[in-house]
Design a binder for this molecule. Structure first.
Ligand code: UDP
Ligand code: MG
Length: 337
């Protein structure tokens, strides 16, 4: 929930054990914001840091009234930290970046300028990325290609934390797992316009990266979720049902063939693997269809219990001269992620 006066811009920065870079980070971000004619806030989300990060951030609040520090009770992960920042953000525009200064705060105006061209999401593209080649850049390139081809949003660099969003975009997305990188793809559901701008990237100066190669697998699994939700969240029976029908039909056909062989040609069925296959396919088919129907019930419960529509309105034009901004109640919601 947002509190207080709306602002123009909220910067959201997740922080997990980044004590060495916080002072410099603040100086750099503050300088970038000072150069802009905007009311802004800097939301630092302490994601359960075990080092001195929280004390340093609290001291920053004294120095700069724009800074707000949110401390999570434990380490919930970067996605959760972003989500906390989004919930608290009061700005019309929300910009995210990393706390380790790998992203350059001086790129903030670039993102804002692009947003002003009429986009809803602007994603940074680390053209000259300064991370390890084998464990980070190559898997990331493969992931970006795959995500781009499976979703409607073509980006070179989904993983870049430096991104700008109109606040209604981030406020209407429920994030789980490690889905923050998929926000542009998830938001495509609500018909957002997404752009990409090249941004600078530096190697980590202080501290250690919190991730390694193991993230790749999780990204692929998350992609599976995202793909399914984007395509089938409001009609799960179409995917489960189709697979179920194919399985059921094939199983029945094999079963019929075996029945005829037995009844009319006196063949023995007891030692035929084909019989097992027929049974397996029929059982699977019934289960898949049932699962699809259950998923249909679940999706109805999700939308109807919370009054979440399955659409998002951009404008309403009607007689009386109003070009109404649609009331944001009930909250337009994305796919149930
Ligand atoms: N981070 C976080 N919680 C975590 C892991 C990371 O808030 O559990 C923050 C971290 O402090 C940094 C950002 O997320 O600001 C990106 O993390 P990191 O730099 O380790 O990732 P990389 O740049 O190596 O992908
Ligand atoms: Mg980093």
């Amino acid at each position: 929930m947002a509190h207080g006066q709306p602002l123009d811009l909220s910067i959201v920065i997740p922080v997990f054990n980044e004590e060495e870079s916080l002072e410099l980070l603040h100086t750099r971000v503050a300088a970038a914001l000072d150069a802009l004619p905007l009311n802004s806030e800097i939301i630092l989300v302490d994601d359960g840091s075990k080092d001195n990060s929280f004390a340093i951030m609290s001291a920053l609040v004294e120095k700069d009234a724009r800074v707000r520090v949110v401390r999570l009770r434990r380490n919930f992960g970067q996605t959760a930290a972003f989500a906390a920042g989004f919930d608290l953000a009061r700005g019309d525009v929300v910009i995210t970046l990393d706390a380790d200064l790998q992203n350059d705060p001086d790129d903030i105006p670039l993102l804002l300028a692009k947003l002003d061209e009429g986009y809803d999401v602007v994603s940074g593209w680390r053209v000259d990325r300064q991370d390890k080649l084998i464990t980070r850049r190559i898997p990331s390139q493969a992931a970006n290609r795959l995500i781009s081809s499976l979703t409607d949003v073509q980006l070179h660099d989904y993983g870049c934390s430096l991104k700008a969003y109109r606040s209604e975009v981030v406020k209407s997305i429920n994030l789980y797992g490690e889905l923050h990188r998929f926000i542009p793809a998830l938001a495509s559901w609500m018909g957002v316009r997404v752009a990409e701008v090249p941004v600078r990237h530096s190697a980590r100066q202080y501290g250690k990266s919190k991730y390694g190669i193991s993230r790749t697998i999780r990204v692929f699994l998350d992609l599976l979720t995202v793909k399914f939700l984007l395509d089938y969240a409001t009609r799960p029976i179409h995917v489960f049902g189709l697979m179920g029908l194919i399985s059921l039909f094939t199983g029945t056909a094999i079963g019929l063939y075996l029945t005829i062989a037995k009844l009319f040609f006196g063949e023995q069925l007891a030692d035929r693997p084909l019989l097992l296959l027929a049974i397996l396919l029929i059982v699977m088919g019934v289960q898949l269809i049932t699962m699809g129907l259950l998923a249909e019930l679940v999706i109805r419960t999700y939308h109807e219990s919370q009054g979440k529509p399955i659409y998002v309105i951009r404008d309403i034009v009607q007689a009386g001269g109003d070009v109404a901004e649609p009331a944001v109640s009930p909250t337009p919601d994305l796919v149930p992620v």
